[in-house]
Design a protein around this ligand. Structure first.
Ligand SMILES: Nc1ncnc2c1ncn2[C@@H]1O[C@H](COP(=O)(O)OP(=O)(O)OP(=O)(O)O)[C@@H](O)[C@H]1O
Length: 595
Protein backbone atom coordinates (compact mmCIF):
# COMPACT_ATOMS: atom_id res chain seq x y z
CA UNK A 1 0.00 0.00 0.00
CA UNK A 2 2.82 2.39 0.97
CA UNK A 3 4.56 1.58 -2.30
CA UNK A 4 1.44 2.47 -4.27
CA UNK A 5 1.23 5.84 -2.50
CA UNK A 6 4.79 6.64 -3.51
CA UNK A 7 3.99 5.47 -7.03
CA UNK A 8 0.93 7.70 -7.25
CA UNK A 9 2.84 10.67 -5.89
CA UNK A 10 5.54 10.15 -8.55
CA UNK A 11 3.01 9.99 -11.35
CA UNK A 12 1.22 13.03 -9.98
CA UNK A 13 4.41 15.07 -10.17
CA UNK A 14 4.99 13.77 -13.71
CA UNK A 15 1.50 14.98 -14.58
CA UNK A 16 2.24 18.33 -13.03
CA UNK A 17 5.34 18.65 -15.18
CA UNK A 18 3.30 17.80 -18.24
CA UNK A 19 0.68 20.31 -17.26
CA UNK A 20 3.24 23.07 -16.91
CA UNK A 21 4.82 22.41 -20.25
CA UNK A 22 1.70 21.71 -22.20
CA UNK A 23 -0.80 24.50 -22.06
CA UNK A 24 -2.99 22.78 -24.60
CA UNK A 25 -6.67 23.33 -24.12
CA UNK A 26 -9.75 23.58 -26.13
CA UNK A 27 -12.07 26.39 -25.24
CA UNK A 28 -15.40 26.69 -26.83
CA UNK A 29 -15.97 30.34 -27.38
CA UNK A 30 -19.23 32.06 -27.11
CA UNK A 31 -19.61 35.64 -28.24
CA UNK A 32 -15.87 35.92 -28.46
CA UNK A 33 -15.33 34.97 -24.82
CA UNK A 34 -13.46 31.99 -23.40
CA UNK A 35 -15.86 29.59 -21.81
CA UNK A 36 -13.12 27.24 -20.60
CA UNK A 37 -11.78 27.81 -17.11
CA UNK A 38 -8.13 27.03 -17.43
CA UNK A 39 -5.65 29.85 -17.71
CA UNK A 40 -2.48 29.52 -19.75
CA UNK A 41 0.45 28.73 -17.50
CA UNK A 42 3.39 31.06 -17.02
CA UNK A 43 5.61 28.82 -19.10
CA UNK A 44 3.36 29.19 -22.14
CA UNK A 45 5.36 30.31 -25.14
CA UNK A 46 4.97 33.80 -26.63
CA UNK A 47 2.77 34.32 -29.70
CA UNK A 48 5.77 34.04 -32.06
CA UNK A 49 7.06 30.96 -30.35
CA UNK A 50 3.58 29.56 -30.55
CA UNK A 51 3.43 30.05 -34.30
CA UNK A 52 6.66 28.15 -34.69
CA UNK A 53 5.56 25.34 -32.40
CA UNK A 54 2.00 25.23 -33.61
CA UNK A 55 2.89 24.92 -37.28
CA UNK A 56 4.67 21.66 -36.42
CA UNK A 57 1.82 20.70 -34.16
CA UNK A 58 -0.80 21.46 -36.75
CA UNK A 59 1.06 19.23 -39.19
CA UNK A 60 1.06 16.58 -36.55
CA UNK A 61 -2.65 17.04 -35.99
CA UNK A 62 -3.24 16.67 -39.73
CA UNK A 63 -1.35 13.41 -39.62
CA UNK A 64 -3.51 12.33 -36.71
CA UNK A 65 -6.69 13.18 -38.60
CA UNK A 66 -5.38 11.30 -41.63
CA UNK A 67 -4.67 8.30 -39.45
CA UNK A 68 -8.16 8.55 -38.00
CA UNK A 69 -9.62 8.64 -41.52
CA UNK A 70 -7.63 5.64 -42.53
CA UNK A 71 -8.75 3.70 -39.48
CA UNK A 72 -12.33 4.75 -40.15
CA UNK A 73 -11.95 3.70 -43.80
CA UNK A 74 -10.58 0.32 -42.73
CA UNK A 75 -13.32 -0.11 -40.17
CA UNK A 76 -16.00 0.95 -42.64
CA UNK A 77 -14.60 -1.51 -45.19
CA UNK A 78 -14.64 -4.23 -42.55
CA UNK A 79 -18.19 -3.36 -41.60
CA UNK A 80 -19.19 -3.41 -45.25
CA UNK A 81 -17.68 -6.88 -45.50
CA UNK A 82 -19.62 -7.90 -42.41
CA UNK A 83 -22.82 -6.47 -43.77
CA UNK A 84 -22.41 -8.74 -46.79
CA UNK A 85 -22.58 -11.66 -44.34
CA UNK A 86 -25.53 -9.95 -42.73
CA UNK A 87 -23.75 -9.87 -39.35
CA UNK A 88 -23.29 -6.11 -38.79
CA UNK A 89 -25.08 -3.94 -41.35
CA UNK A 90 -23.65 -0.47 -41.83
CA UNK A 91 -24.71 2.35 -44.01
CA UNK A 92 -21.99 2.51 -46.68
CA UNK A 93 -23.28 5.84 -47.93
CA UNK A 94 -22.97 7.29 -44.45
CA UNK A 95 -19.42 5.95 -44.20
CA UNK A 96 -18.56 7.63 -47.47
CA UNK A 97 -20.13 10.86 -46.26
CA UNK A 98 -18.13 10.58 -43.07
CA UNK A 99 -14.90 10.25 -45.01
CA UNK A 100 -15.85 13.29 -47.02
CA UNK A 101 -16.61 15.27 -43.88
CA UNK A 102 -13.31 14.21 -42.37
CA UNK A 103 -11.50 15.35 -45.52
CA UNK A 104 -13.32 18.68 -45.29
CA UNK A 105 -12.22 19.02 -41.69
CA UNK A 106 -8.67 18.22 -42.70
CA UNK A 107 -8.82 20.86 -45.41
CA UNK A 108 -10.17 23.39 -42.91
CA UNK A 109 -7.37 22.48 -40.56
CA UNK A 110 -4.78 23.08 -43.33
CA UNK A 111 -6.39 26.41 -44.16
CA UNK A 112 -6.49 27.62 -40.59
CA UNK A 113 -2.89 26.58 -40.13
CA UNK A 114 -2.00 28.90 -43.02
CA UNK A 115 -4.22 31.69 -41.66
CA UNK A 116 -3.45 31.66 -38.00
CA UNK A 117 -1.70 28.40 -37.25
CA UNK A 118 -4.65 27.15 -35.23
CA UNK A 119 -7.31 24.59 -35.91
CA UNK A 120 -10.60 26.27 -35.11
CA UNK A 121 -10.51 27.13 -31.43
CA UNK A 122 -8.01 24.45 -30.61
CA UNK A 123 -4.34 25.28 -30.33
CA UNK A 124 -1.84 22.49 -30.62
CA UNK A 125 1.67 22.16 -29.39
CA UNK A 126 4.22 19.63 -30.56
CA UNK A 127 5.12 17.03 -27.96
CA UNK A 128 5.42 13.26 -27.68
CA UNK A 129 2.22 11.34 -26.92
CA UNK A 130 1.49 11.11 -23.23
CA UNK A 131 0.72 7.90 -21.34
CA UNK A 132 -2.97 8.75 -21.58
CA UNK A 133 -2.79 9.16 -25.36
CA UNK A 134 -0.97 5.87 -25.80
CA UNK A 135 -3.40 4.09 -23.51
CA UNK A 136 -6.52 5.48 -25.10
CA UNK A 137 -5.74 5.82 -28.79
CA UNK A 138 -8.54 4.55 -31.00
CA UNK A 139 -10.63 2.58 -28.55
CA UNK A 140 -13.60 4.61 -29.68
CA UNK A 141 -14.72 4.84 -33.29
CA UNK A 142 -17.04 7.68 -34.23
CA UNK A 143 -20.25 6.65 -35.95
CA UNK A 144 -19.99 7.56 -39.66
CA UNK A 145 -23.33 9.40 -39.62
CA UNK A 146 -22.08 11.54 -36.74
CA UNK A 147 -18.84 12.25 -38.57
CA UNK A 148 -20.90 13.36 -41.58
CA UNK A 149 -22.66 16.17 -39.70
CA UNK A 150 -21.39 19.61 -40.77
CA UNK A 151 -19.09 21.22 -38.23
CA UNK A 152 -21.39 24.27 -37.93
CA UNK A 153 -24.19 22.02 -36.62
CA UNK A 154 -21.87 20.53 -34.04
CA UNK A 155 -20.70 23.99 -32.99
CA UNK A 156 -24.30 25.13 -32.71
CA UNK A 157 -25.16 22.15 -30.48
CA UNK A 158 -22.20 22.92 -28.22
CA UNK A 159 -23.07 26.61 -28.01
CA UNK A 160 -26.82 26.15 -27.51
CA UNK A 161 -26.24 23.72 -24.68
CA UNK A 162 -23.42 25.76 -23.14
CA UNK A 163 -21.05 22.82 -23.34
CA UNK A 164 -17.51 23.71 -22.41
CA UNK A 165 -14.74 21.17 -22.97
CA UNK A 166 -11.21 21.68 -21.72
CA UNK A 167 -8.94 18.94 -22.92
CA UNK A 168 -5.25 19.04 -21.99
CA UNK A 169 -4.50 16.71 -24.91
CA UNK A 170 -6.74 18.57 -27.40
CA UNK A 171 -8.19 15.33 -28.79
CA UNK A 172 -11.61 17.04 -28.61
CA UNK A 173 -10.92 18.16 -32.18
CA UNK A 174 -11.97 14.69 -33.32
CA UNK A 175 -14.44 13.78 -30.63
CA UNK A 176 -17.90 15.06 -31.45
CA UNK A 177 -20.76 14.97 -28.93
CA UNK A 178 -23.06 11.98 -29.35
CA UNK A 179 -26.15 14.03 -30.02
CA UNK A 180 -28.34 10.99 -30.73
CA UNK A 181 -28.55 7.63 -29.02
CA UNK A 182 -28.09 5.98 -32.41
CA UNK A 183 -24.48 7.25 -32.46
CA UNK A 184 -23.60 5.09 -29.47
CA UNK A 185 -21.57 2.08 -30.53
CA UNK A 186 -24.27 -0.31 -29.33
CA UNK A 187 -25.74 -2.80 -31.80
CA UNK A 188 -27.85 -5.00 -29.52
CA UNK A 189 -31.39 -3.51 -29.30
CA UNK A 190 -31.78 -4.97 -25.78
CA UNK A 191 -28.91 -2.78 -24.65
CA UNK A 192 -30.67 0.27 -26.05
CA UNK A 193 -33.89 -0.50 -24.15
CA UNK A 194 -32.98 1.64 -21.10
CA UNK A 195 -33.04 4.73 -23.35
CA UNK A 196 -36.34 4.01 -25.04
CA UNK A 197 -38.24 6.64 -23.03
CA UNK A 198 -35.64 9.34 -23.64
CA UNK A 199 -35.65 11.56 -26.72
CA UNK A 200 -31.93 12.25 -26.88
CA UNK A 201 -28.84 12.14 -24.69
CA UNK A 202 -28.61 15.05 -22.26
CA UNK A 203 -25.75 17.51 -22.93
CA UNK A 204 -23.47 15.97 -20.29
CA UNK A 205 -24.10 12.50 -21.73
CA UNK A 206 -23.55 13.66 -25.31
CA UNK A 207 -20.31 15.44 -24.48
CA UNK A 208 -18.83 12.95 -22.01
CA UNK A 209 -19.54 9.66 -23.81
CA UNK A 210 -16.99 9.94 -26.63
CA UNK A 211 -14.17 10.78 -24.22
CA UNK A 212 -15.17 8.06 -21.80
CA UNK A 213 -15.58 5.50 -24.55
CA UNK A 214 -12.12 6.53 -25.72
CA UNK A 215 -10.70 5.73 -22.30
CA UNK A 216 -10.08 9.27 -21.03
CA UNK A 217 -10.33 10.56 -17.46
CA UNK A 218 -13.22 13.01 -17.20
CA UNK A 219 -14.45 15.64 -14.75
CA UNK A 220 -18.14 16.17 -15.55
CA UNK A 221 -19.91 19.15 -14.01
CA UNK A 222 -23.59 19.56 -14.87
CA UNK A 223 -26.65 20.77 -13.03
CA UNK A 224 -28.67 18.56 -10.71
CA UNK A 225 -31.00 16.12 -12.45
CA UNK A 226 -29.19 16.30 -15.80
CA UNK A 227 -28.54 12.58 -16.28
CA UNK A 228 -25.00 12.29 -14.96
CA UNK A 229 -25.58 8.71 -13.76
CA UNK A 230 -26.12 7.41 -17.30
CA UNK A 231 -23.25 9.62 -18.43
CA UNK A 232 -20.82 7.46 -16.47
CA UNK A 233 -22.80 4.20 -16.46
CA UNK A 234 -23.05 3.68 -20.24
CA UNK A 235 -19.27 3.78 -20.94
CA UNK A 236 -18.71 1.67 -17.80
CA UNK A 237 -20.80 -1.17 -19.22
CA UNK A 238 -19.43 -0.71 -22.76
CA UNK A 239 -15.85 -0.89 -21.45
CA UNK A 240 -16.43 -4.17 -19.61
CA UNK A 241 -18.26 -5.63 -22.59
CA UNK A 242 -15.24 -4.90 -24.75
CA UNK A 243 -13.20 -7.36 -22.65
CA UNK A 244 -12.99 -10.98 -23.78
CA UNK A 245 -16.03 -12.93 -22.58
CA UNK A 246 -13.97 -15.23 -20.36
CA UNK A 247 -12.90 -12.22 -18.29
CA UNK A 248 -16.43 -11.33 -17.19
CA UNK A 249 -18.18 -12.26 -13.94
CA UNK A 250 -14.77 -12.83 -12.35
CA UNK A 251 -14.56 -9.84 -10.05
CA UNK A 252 -14.61 -6.06 -10.07
CA UNK A 253 -13.68 -4.25 -13.28
CA UNK A 254 -15.34 -0.99 -12.24
CA UNK A 255 -16.07 0.76 -8.97
CA UNK A 256 -18.48 3.63 -8.35
CA UNK A 257 -18.30 5.39 -5.01
CA UNK A 258 -21.25 7.40 -3.66
CA UNK A 259 -21.59 9.44 -0.47
CA UNK A 260 -24.86 7.95 0.80
CA UNK A 261 -26.41 4.49 0.96
CA UNK A 262 -29.58 5.61 -0.79
CA UNK A 263 -27.66 7.16 -3.66
CA UNK A 264 -25.50 4.06 -4.02
CA UNK A 265 -28.66 1.92 -4.25
CA UNK A 266 -30.19 4.25 -6.81
CA UNK A 267 -27.06 4.26 -9.02
CA UNK A 268 -26.89 0.48 -8.69
CA UNK A 269 -30.47 0.18 -9.98
CA UNK A 270 -29.72 2.41 -12.97
CA UNK A 271 -26.54 0.52 -13.80
CA UNK A 272 -28.32 -2.80 -13.49
CA UNK A 273 -30.71 -1.72 -16.25
CA UNK A 274 -27.70 -1.60 -18.58
CA UNK A 275 -25.63 -4.41 -17.09
CA UNK A 276 -28.24 -7.15 -16.70
CA UNK A 277 -29.22 -7.33 -20.38
CA UNK A 278 -25.54 -7.78 -21.21
CA UNK A 279 -24.97 -10.56 -18.71
CA UNK A 280 -22.82 -8.40 -16.44
CA UNK A 281 -23.17 -8.49 -12.68
CA UNK A 282 -23.17 -5.64 -10.20
CA UNK A 283 -23.23 -5.43 -6.43
CA UNK A 284 -24.23 -2.60 -4.11
CA UNK A 285 -22.08 -2.40 -1.00
CA UNK A 286 -23.22 -0.11 1.84
CA UNK A 287 -23.37 -0.02 5.61
CA UNK A 288 -26.19 -0.62 8.04
CA UNK A 289 -27.03 -4.09 6.67
CA UNK A 290 -25.36 -7.52 7.05
CA UNK A 291 -22.21 -8.15 5.03
CA UNK A 292 -22.67 -11.78 4.03
CA UNK A 293 -24.68 -11.24 0.87
CA UNK A 294 -22.31 -8.44 -0.20
CA UNK A 295 -19.24 -10.64 0.37
CA UNK A 296 -20.76 -13.36 -1.80
CA UNK A 297 -21.77 -11.05 -4.63
CA UNK A 298 -18.36 -9.36 -4.67
CA UNK A 299 -16.76 -12.59 -5.90
CA UNK A 300 -18.46 -12.37 -9.29
CA UNK A 301 -19.61 -8.76 -9.64
CA UNK A 302 -18.13 -6.88 -12.61
CA UNK A 303 -19.32 -3.55 -11.20
CA UNK A 304 -19.17 -2.47 -7.56
CA UNK A 305 -21.31 0.44 -6.43
CA UNK A 306 -20.43 1.39 -2.87
CA UNK A 307 -20.33 3.80 -0.01
CA UNK A 308 -16.75 4.34 1.21
CA UNK A 309 -16.92 3.04 4.79
CA UNK A 310 -18.36 -0.41 4.04
CA UNK A 311 -16.22 -0.80 0.93
CA UNK A 312 -13.06 -0.17 2.96
CA UNK A 313 -14.25 -2.67 5.58
CA UNK A 314 -14.62 -5.32 2.91
CA UNK A 315 -11.29 -4.42 1.31
CA UNK A 316 -9.59 -4.79 4.70
CA UNK A 317 -11.27 -8.16 5.21
CA UNK A 318 -9.89 -9.25 1.84
CA UNK A 319 -13.40 -9.67 0.40
CA UNK A 320 -13.28 -6.79 -2.07
CA UNK A 321 -10.49 -6.88 -4.64
CA UNK A 322 -10.26 -3.76 -6.80
CA UNK A 323 -6.88 -4.54 -8.36
CA UNK A 324 -8.52 -4.99 -11.76
CA UNK A 325 -11.02 -2.16 -11.43
CA UNK A 326 -9.80 0.14 -14.18
CA UNK A 327 -12.93 2.30 -14.22
CA UNK A 328 -13.21 4.36 -11.05
CA UNK A 329 -16.05 6.82 -10.55
CA UNK A 330 -16.49 9.33 -7.76
CA UNK A 331 -20.13 10.34 -7.95
CA UNK A 332 -20.86 13.63 -6.14
CA UNK A 333 -17.12 14.05 -6.43
CA UNK A 334 -16.75 17.27 -4.44
CA UNK A 335 -18.45 15.63 -1.47
CA UNK A 336 -16.27 12.55 -1.83
CA UNK A 337 -13.12 14.71 -1.76
CA UNK A 338 -14.35 16.69 1.22
CA UNK A 339 -12.44 16.28 4.45
CA UNK A 340 -14.85 13.73 5.90
CA UNK A 341 -14.37 11.30 3.03
CA UNK A 342 -10.96 12.12 1.58
CA UNK A 343 -8.99 9.56 3.57
CA UNK A 344 -11.49 6.77 2.86
CA UNK A 345 -11.40 7.61 -0.85
CA UNK A 346 -7.63 7.65 -0.94
CA UNK A 347 -7.54 4.19 0.66
CA UNK A 348 -10.01 2.82 -1.88
CA UNK A 349 -8.27 4.34 -4.89
CA UNK A 350 -4.89 3.06 -3.69
CA UNK A 351 -6.18 -0.49 -4.15
CA UNK A 352 -7.20 0.11 -7.80
CA UNK A 353 -4.70 0.06 -10.70
CA UNK A 354 -2.30 3.00 -10.61
CA UNK A 355 -3.07 6.40 -12.07
CA UNK A 356 -2.68 6.30 -15.86
CA UNK A 357 -3.60 2.60 -16.00
CA UNK A 358 -7.09 3.18 -14.72
CA UNK A 359 -9.78 5.57 -15.94
CA UNK A 360 -10.84 7.99 -13.18
CA UNK A 361 -14.10 9.91 -13.42
CA UNK A 362 -15.51 12.65 -11.23
CA UNK A 363 -19.10 13.77 -11.65
CA UNK A 364 -20.93 16.47 -9.74
CA UNK A 365 -23.21 19.49 -9.95
CA UNK A 366 -20.91 21.65 -7.82
CA UNK A 367 -17.15 21.85 -8.23
CA UNK A 368 -15.68 24.22 -5.65
CA UNK A 369 -12.15 25.51 -6.03
CA UNK A 370 -11.21 23.83 -2.73
CA UNK A 371 -11.32 20.30 -4.19
CA UNK A 372 -9.94 20.88 -7.69
CA UNK A 373 -6.23 20.45 -6.99
CA UNK A 374 -6.88 17.43 -4.81
CA UNK A 375 -8.94 15.87 -7.61
CA UNK A 376 -6.01 16.30 -10.01
CA UNK A 377 -3.84 14.05 -7.85
CA UNK A 378 -6.11 11.10 -8.68
CA UNK A 379 -6.38 11.75 -12.41
CA UNK A 380 -4.40 11.56 -15.61
CA UNK A 381 -4.88 14.41 -18.13
CA UNK A 382 -8.59 14.73 -17.30
CA UNK A 383 -10.94 16.29 -19.81
CA UNK A 384 -13.12 18.84 -18.01
CA UNK A 385 -16.64 19.00 -19.35
CA UNK A 386 -19.00 21.52 -17.86
CA UNK A 387 -22.51 22.31 -18.88
CA UNK A 388 -24.03 25.72 -18.27
CA UNK A 389 -23.58 29.36 -19.02
CA UNK A 390 -20.93 29.44 -16.38
CA UNK A 391 -17.45 30.07 -17.75
CA UNK A 392 -15.81 30.55 -14.36
CA UNK A 393 -17.13 27.32 -12.89
CA UNK A 394 -18.90 29.31 -10.14
CA UNK A 395 -21.67 27.68 -8.19
CA UNK A 396 -24.91 27.45 -10.16
CA UNK A 397 -28.35 26.12 -9.28
CA UNK A 398 -30.56 24.38 -11.82
CA UNK A 399 -32.08 27.26 -13.80
CA UNK A 400 -35.53 25.64 -14.04
CA UNK A 401 -36.06 25.82 -10.28
CA UNK A 402 -37.94 28.85 -8.98
CA UNK A 403 -36.14 29.84 -5.78
CA UNK A 404 -37.90 31.83 -3.07
CA UNK A 405 -36.16 32.95 0.06
CA UNK A 406 -38.16 34.19 3.05
CA UNK A 407 -36.31 35.85 5.90
CA UNK A 408 -38.13 34.85 9.09
CA UNK A 409 -37.80 35.11 12.84
CA UNK A 410 -36.26 31.81 14.02
CA UNK A 411 -39.11 31.40 16.52
CA UNK A 412 -41.70 31.50 13.73
CA UNK A 413 -40.11 28.93 11.45
CA UNK A 414 -42.34 25.99 12.27
CA UNK A 415 -45.49 28.08 12.10
CA UNK A 416 -44.47 29.32 8.63
CA UNK A 417 -43.65 25.76 7.58
CA UNK A 418 -47.14 24.68 8.56
CA UNK A 419 -48.69 27.51 6.53
CA UNK A 420 -46.66 26.48 3.47
CA UNK A 421 -47.63 22.81 3.80
CA UNK A 422 -51.31 23.77 4.03
CA UNK A 423 -50.97 26.02 0.99
CA UNK A 424 -49.10 23.51 -1.19
CA UNK A 425 -51.08 20.46 -0.17
CA UNK A 426 -54.57 21.86 -0.55
CA UNK A 427 -57.28 20.72 -2.98
CA UNK A 428 -55.92 19.04 -6.11
CA UNK A 429 -52.36 19.32 -4.75
CA UNK A 430 -53.02 17.18 -1.69
CA UNK A 431 -50.83 14.32 -2.93
CA UNK A 432 -48.00 16.52 -4.24
CA UNK A 433 -44.64 15.43 -2.96
CA UNK A 434 -42.88 17.91 -0.67
CA UNK A 435 -39.37 17.42 0.68
CA UNK A 436 -38.58 19.30 3.90
CA UNK A 437 -34.93 19.70 4.91
CA UNK A 438 -33.68 20.12 8.46
CA UNK A 439 -30.04 20.47 9.49
CA UNK A 440 -29.76 18.09 12.43
CA UNK A 441 -31.11 14.60 13.07
CA UNK A 442 -32.90 15.63 16.28
CA UNK A 443 -34.41 18.60 14.53
CA UNK A 444 -35.66 16.36 11.71
CA UNK A 445 -37.30 14.05 14.26
CA UNK A 446 -38.96 17.01 15.96
CA UNK A 447 -40.25 18.55 12.72
CA UNK A 448 -41.55 15.21 11.49
CA UNK A 449 -43.51 14.73 14.74
CA UNK A 450 -44.83 18.30 14.57
CA UNK A 451 -46.04 17.87 10.98
CA UNK A 452 -47.66 14.53 11.79
CA UNK A 453 -49.44 16.02 14.80
CA UNK A 454 -51.12 18.47 12.41
CA UNK A 455 -52.64 15.62 10.41
CA UNK A 456 -50.24 15.34 7.46
CA UNK A 457 -48.90 12.05 6.07
CA UNK A 458 -45.16 12.31 6.66
CA UNK A 459 -42.04 10.14 6.93
CA UNK A 460 -38.45 10.88 7.91
CA UNK A 461 -34.95 10.01 6.71
CA UNK A 462 -31.76 10.72 8.64
CA UNK A 463 -28.79 9.07 10.29
CA UNK A 464 -30.52 8.24 13.59
CA UNK A 465 -32.84 5.79 11.84
CA UNK A 466 -32.02 2.19 11.02
CA UNK A 467 -31.32 1.40 7.37
CA UNK A 468 -34.59 -0.50 7.25
CA UNK A 469 -36.53 2.58 8.47
CA UNK A 470 -34.65 4.84 6.02
CA UNK A 471 -35.47 2.56 3.10
CA UNK A 472 -39.10 2.27 4.18
CA UNK A 473 -39.51 6.06 4.43
CA UNK A 474 -37.92 6.67 1.04
CA UNK A 475 -40.04 3.99 -0.65
CA UNK A 476 -43.24 5.37 0.90
CA UNK A 477 -42.34 8.85 -0.34
CA UNK A 478 -41.40 7.61 -3.84
CA UNK A 479 -44.65 5.71 -4.14
CA UNK A 480 -46.63 8.67 -2.84
CA UNK A 481 -48.04 6.90 0.24
CA UNK A 482 -46.49 9.60 2.41
CA UNK A 483 -46.32 12.77 0.32
CA UNK A 484 -44.09 14.63 2.80
CA UNK A 485 -40.55 13.56 3.67
CA UNK A 486 -38.50 15.31 6.33
CA UNK A 487 -34.80 14.76 5.74
CA UNK A 488 -31.33 15.84 6.78
CA UNK A 489 -28.62 16.24 4.18
CA UNK A 490 -28.42 12.44 3.71
CA UNK A 491 -31.12 13.10 1.11
CA UNK A 492 -29.55 16.27 -0.31
CA UNK A 493 -27.43 14.72 -3.02
CA UNK A 494 -28.27 12.63 -6.02
CA UNK A 495 -31.63 11.21 -5.00
CA UNK A 496 -33.87 11.07 -8.04
CA UNK A 497 -37.43 11.03 -6.78
CA UNK A 498 -39.92 11.65 -9.55
CA UNK A 499 -42.20 14.69 -9.27
CA UNK A 500 -40.99 16.33 -6.10
CA UNK A 501 -43.04 19.52 -6.49
CA UNK A 502 -41.55 21.54 -3.69
CA UNK A 503 -38.42 21.58 -1.56
CA UNK A 504 -38.64 23.52 1.70
CA UNK A 505 -35.45 24.39 3.55
CA UNK A 506 -36.72 24.67 7.09
CA UNK A 507 -33.14 25.23 8.26
CA UNK A 508 -30.41 26.43 5.93
CA UNK A 509 -27.60 23.90 5.27
CA UNK A 510 -23.98 24.36 6.33
CA UNK A 511 -22.77 25.24 2.82
CA UNK A 512 -24.31 26.85 -0.23
CA UNK A 513 -23.19 23.83 -2.29
CA UNK A 514 -25.52 21.73 -0.11
CA UNK A 515 -28.26 24.30 -0.77
CA UNK A 516 -27.82 23.79 -4.54
CA UNK A 517 -27.99 20.00 -4.14
CA UNK A 518 -30.98 20.12 -1.77
CA UNK A 519 -33.11 22.25 -4.08
CA UNK A 520 -31.95 20.04 -6.95
CA UNK A 521 -34.28 17.29 -5.70
CA UNK A 522 -36.97 19.15 -7.64
CA UNK A 523 -36.91 20.32 -11.26
CA UNK A 524 -35.25 17.15 -12.54
CA UNK A 525 -34.89 15.74 -16.05
CA UNK A 526 -36.07 18.96 -17.71
CA UNK A 527 -39.06 19.56 -15.40
CA UNK A 528 -39.85 22.77 -13.48
CA UNK A 529 -39.48 22.96 -9.71
CA UNK A 530 -40.03 25.22 -6.71
CA UNK A 531 -37.82 25.71 -3.66
CA UNK A 532 -38.73 27.81 -0.62
CA UNK A 533 -36.05 28.62 1.94
CA UNK A 534 -36.69 29.92 5.43
CA UNK A 535 -33.64 32.03 6.23
CA UNK A 536 -32.97 33.42 9.68
CA UNK A 537 -30.36 35.63 11.32
CA UNK A 538 -28.56 32.45 12.44
CA UNK A 539 -27.72 31.74 8.79
CA UNK A 540 -26.42 35.20 7.95
CA UNK A 541 -22.84 33.97 7.35
CA UNK A 542 -24.21 32.32 4.20
CA UNK A 543 -26.17 35.32 2.89
CA UNK A 544 -23.52 36.53 0.42
CA UNK A 545 -23.04 33.11 -1.19
CA UNK A 546 -26.80 32.55 -1.35
CA UNK A 547 -27.34 35.96 -2.96
CA UNK A 548 -24.79 35.03 -5.65
CA UNK A 549 -26.61 31.77 -6.39
CA UNK A 550 -29.96 33.58 -6.59
CA UNK A 551 -28.60 36.29 -8.87
CA UNK A 552 -26.87 33.79 -11.15
CA UNK A 553 -30.19 32.01 -11.67
CA UNK A 554 -32.09 35.33 -12.16
CA UNK A 555 -34.09 34.79 -9.01
CA UNK A 556 -35.38 37.63 -6.82
CA UNK A 557 -33.21 38.62 -3.86
CA UNK A 558 -35.32 39.87 -0.94
CA UNK A 559 -34.22 43.14 0.68
CA UNK A 560 -34.21 41.46 4.10
CA UNK A 561 -31.60 39.03 2.80
CA UNK A 562 -29.45 41.81 1.35
CA UNK A 563 -29.41 43.42 4.79
CA UNK A 564 -27.40 40.46 6.10
CA UNK A 565 -24.60 41.42 3.72
CA UNK A 566 -23.25 40.32 0.37
CA UNK A 567 -19.76 39.29 1.44
CA UNK A 568 -18.90 35.70 0.64
CA UNK A 569 -17.04 34.16 3.54
CA UNK A 570 -14.15 31.88 2.65
CA UNK A 571 -14.63 28.27 3.62
CA UNK A 572 -12.95 27.81 6.96
CA UNK A 573 -10.69 24.96 7.96
CA UNK A 574 -11.79 23.09 11.10
CA UNK A 575 -8.45 23.53 12.84
CA UNK A 576 -6.96 26.67 11.27
CA UNK A 577 -10.18 28.66 10.60
CA UNK A 578 -9.98 31.38 7.97
CA UNK A 579 -6.17 31.35 8.27
CA UNK A 580 -5.98 28.02 6.43
CA UNK A 581 -4.27 28.38 3.05
CA UNK A 582 -5.28 26.49 -0.06
CA UNK A 583 -2.43 24.16 -0.89
CA UNK A 584 -1.83 22.87 -4.39
CA UNK A 585 -1.42 19.19 -3.63
CA UNK A 586 -0.29 18.38 -7.16
CA UNK A 587 3.03 20.11 -6.56
CA UNK A 588 5.80 17.96 -5.13
CA UNK A 589 7.48 19.40 -2.07
CA UNK A 590 10.90 21.05 -2.55
CA UNK A 591 13.82 19.47 -0.79
CA UNK A 592 15.53 21.97 1.45
CA UNK A 593 19.22 21.43 2.20
CA UNK A 594 20.77 22.62 5.43
CA UNK A 595 24.51 23.19 5.10
N1 LIG B 1 -31.22 11.30 -21.92
C1 LIG B 1 -32.13 11.51 -21.01
N2 LIG B 1 -33.29 12.12 -21.30
C2 LIG B 1 -34.24 12.32 -20.36
N3 LIG B 1 -34.12 11.94 -19.06
C3 LIG B 1 -32.97 11.33 -18.71
C4 LIG B 1 -31.93 11.08 -19.65
N4 LIG B 1 -30.93 10.44 -18.99
C5 LIG B 1 -31.32 10.30 -17.71
N5 LIG B 1 -32.56 10.82 -17.55
C6 LIG B 1 -33.35 10.87 -16.29
O1 LIG B 1 -33.04 12.09 -15.63
C7 LIG B 1 -33.21 11.92 -14.22
C8 LIG B 1 -32.03 12.51 -13.48
O2 LIG B 1 -30.88 11.76 -13.78
P1 LIG B 1 -29.70 11.57 -12.73
O3 LIG B 1 -30.24 11.11 -11.42
O4 LIG B 1 -28.64 10.79 -13.37
O5 LIG B 1 -29.25 13.11 -12.55
P2 LIG B 1 -27.90 13.71 -11.94
O6 LIG B 1 -27.37 14.65 -12.94
O7 LIG B 1 -27.02 12.61 -11.47
O8 LIG B 1 -28.48 14.53 -10.72
P3 LIG B 1 -27.79 14.91 -9.31
O9 LIG B 1 -26.80 15.98 -9.59
O10 LIG B 1 -28.91 15.41 -8.48
O11 LIG B 1 -27.16 13.67 -8.78
C9 LIG B 1 -33.39 10.43 -13.99
O12 LIG B 1 -34.74 10.19 -13.73
C10 LIG B 1 -32.99 9.80 -15.29
O13 LIG B 1 -33.68 8.60 -15.54
Amino acid sequence: MAKRKVEDAGLASEQQALRENIPVSKKIRKEGKDVGDEQPTESAPSADENNEVESKATRKERKRLKKLMKLQDDAAAADLENSKDGSSPIDAAAAKAARKAEKARLKASKKSSKDGLTNGDTTFQARPPTATEQRTSMQYREDPSLAAIPQEDIDQFLAENFISITDPLASSSVLRPLIKFSYLPVTDPAQRAPFKNFKAPTPIQAAAWPFLLGGRDVIGVAETGSGKTMAFAVPCVRGILSLPENQRNKGARAVIVSPTRELAMQSYEQIMQLAKVSGLRAVCVYGGVPKDEQRKSLKTADIVVATPGRLNDLINEGCADLSKAKYVVLDEADRMLDKGFEEEIRKIINTTPPIGERQTLMFTATWPESVRSLAATFMSDPVKISIGDNPTGDLRANARIVQRVEVVDPRNKEYRLLQLLKQYQSGGQKDDRILVFALYKKEATRIEGFIRSKGFRVAGIHGDLSQEQRTRSLDAFKQGNTPILVATDVAARGLDIPSVKLVINCTFPLTVEDYVHRIGRTGRAGKEGLAITLFTEHDKAQSGALINVLKAANQPVPDELLKFGTTVKRKEHDAYGAFARDVDRTVTAKKIKFD
